[in-house]
Design a protein around this ligand. Structure first.
Ligand SMILES: C[S@@+](CC[C@H](N)C(=O)[O-])C[C@H]1O[C@@H](n2cnc3c(N)ncnc32)[C@H](O)[C@@H]1O
Length: 488
């Protein structure tokens, strides 16, 4: 059986490296495809894998955002000698391939790709000429070739320690490109409605892949903001809906985040974003709702929940207080009730999120969410857990030196009947200390400190200018005087 399988080269973009394997495994589950002998050096941009056929390879390429391109492998070697020997043998022992791809009527092009080392055009041509034993008999066509051959040299990952010879040499036939064009197509730069919290296109596409969004799925984002996660889910065929506590944000009435824009345009909305990308028919609706107050009927069931909850850094983590929990001594019973808000602790928020997912996901449905943390605090034991949800992927994205966030993917594996919903679930909350408090108190300097540091920096610049005998311009002189007065 295994003899019929074919070998492929997967070429990944060297970006969000920690997300590749999770995406690969998710897509394997989404399409139900099998693979074997996957290379285990996941940091490298070139992986080798065996698929049963080209259709499987094309399925993977049809959804992968991490993938640059996929090639049918002809030869792989770790020395030039071994590589050429294998390539020659492969061609000689596969006459059917030679007939199909090397024939006189098959135009071709050979591309030389080198990773971590630059080669001139001349040097690249020399590399092509080392393969003069290939029975290529068709015409060269650099613009629209029928077959594209790729010769790849991998010279390690460290630009400061390039090895004397390449680590891997590969040769293959291009089968398909991945879906990286979507990153540009859905770029926030040209999106109608964005805000400070909009997720960049690449990460939101990766999230939709983690959530296994398939055409016809019902996808929900309970902290929807500007709806950037709905865009990618709708692009993959999901019917999307969202909720947010902030009416102004949800309906694009908040301050514009583009520096060139003074006021919001009338037609800015999540719906118009979907329309912009040709997915207007997949917009269900959005509602203003506080996530801490359960809103949904027990029978409501989603195929996936993708969300980026508030961390309290760029946006508040708030919940609405009810009459029952109102602070003592602040109101009389006959007063009209204007709901106040209070801090929604991250621990509670994630506990609520997992609980919500356990109730409103179908079995097999996925919750994909970000969790921020301080890197020194991280341990798997601190991740939120729930008895009905299984953690199936966990990828890290660095934010600042000390902070990072993890994209967690949970799959609903069992069901609690609505009659048992009052039984507390077995979840362990996130780290005890609040991310926001620690972010502002421990890690980042206060505004005052920052102002002083910058002023000190400018003052040093002024002294340096003075030493060099330069006269500062008018406005610069004013700033310098201000700085001086701060330090004198
Ligand atoms: C990180 S942002 C989400 C950004 C979003 N993915 C986007 O594309 O803009 C978090 C959102 O959660 C909302 N939020 C904060 N507290 C909430 C609550 N208690 N219930 C529902 N939404 C809340 C905020 O208004 C904010 O829009």
């Amino acid at each position: 059986m295994s003899k019929l399988w074919k070998k492929y080269i997967l070429w990944f973009a060297q970006e969000h490296v920690d997300f590749r394997l999770a995406e690969f495994e998710s897509l394997s589950k989404l399409f139900g495809f099998k693979f074997q002998h996957l290379s285990d050096q996941f940091l490298k941009p070139f992986w080798l894998v065996e698929f049963p056929n080209d259709e499987t390879a094309l399925q993977f390429a049809s959804r992968s955002v991490a993938l640059r391109a996929i090639f049918e492998l002809y030869a792989h070697g770790q020395t030039l000698h071994a590589f050429h020997e294998r390539l020659r043998n492969h061609v000689e022992s596969h006459p059917a391939k030679v007939e199909a791809h090397f024939g006189a009527n098959t135009s071709f092009k050979i591309t030389v790709e080198t990773y971590n080392k630059h080669f001139s055009q001349r040097e690249k041509i020399d590399k092509i000429e080392t393969m003069n034993y290939l029975p290529l008999s068709g015409p060269v066509d650099l613009k629209h070739p029928k077959v594209e051959w790729w010769y790849i040299e991998f010279w390690g990952l460290d630009p400061t320690a390039v090895p004397p010879v390449p680590d891997d040499i590969l040769f293959g036939r291009l089968l398909a490109a991945g879906q990286r064009h979507l990153i540009k197509d859905l770029s926030l730069k040209h999106r109608k409605f964005i805000g400070n919290t909009s997720m960049d296109a690449q990460l939101s596409l990766l999230m939709a892949n983690q959530a296994l969004v398939a055409p016809g799925d019902l996808v929900f984002d309970p902290f929807v903001g500007t709806g950037s996660l709905l865009v990618s889910a709708a692009k993959f065929g999901g019917y999307v809906m969202g909720a947010d506590i902030d009416y102004m944000m949800l309906h694009a009435r908040c301050r514009p985040s583009r520096i060139t824009q003074k006021v919001r345009e009338k037609d800015e909305s999540i719906r118009s974003n979907l329309k912009q990308y040709g997915c207007a028919d997949r917009y269900m609706d959005v509602v203003v709702a506080d996530f801490s107050n359960p809103l949904w009927h027990p029978r409501v069931s989603f195929d996936s929940i993708i969300t980026d909850p508030p961390y309290g850094i760029r946006e508040a983590t708030e919940k609405v207080e009810t009459k029952v929990t109102v602070k003592e001594g602040t109101r009389n019973s006959d007063m009209a009730h204007y709901p106040s808000t209070s801090h929604y602790a991250l621990q509670q928020l994630y506990a609520d999120l997992l609980d919500f997912a356990s109730k409103h996901l179908r079995i097999g449905g996925r919750l994909v969410c970000w969790l921020p943390f301080h890197r020194e605090d991280y341990s798997e034991a601190t991740l939120p857990q729930h008895r009905n949800l299984q953690l199936v992927a966990n990828s890290e994205q660095l934010l600042t030196g000390q902070t990072a966030r993890r994209l967690l993917t949970y799959e609903k594996c069992s069901q609690t009947e609505p009659s048992d919903w009052s039984v507390p679930p077995l979840h362990v909350a996130t780290p005890s200390e609040d991310f926001r408090d620690r972010y502002f108190n421990n890690c980042v300097e206060s505004r005052q400190d920052r102002r002083m540091r910058k002023a000190e920096h400018r003052e040093q610049g002024r002294l340096e200018m003075q030493r060099r005998g330069k006269v500062p311009s008018d406005s610069r002189a004013k700033k310098c005087d201000l700085n001086k007065s701060r330090f004198d």
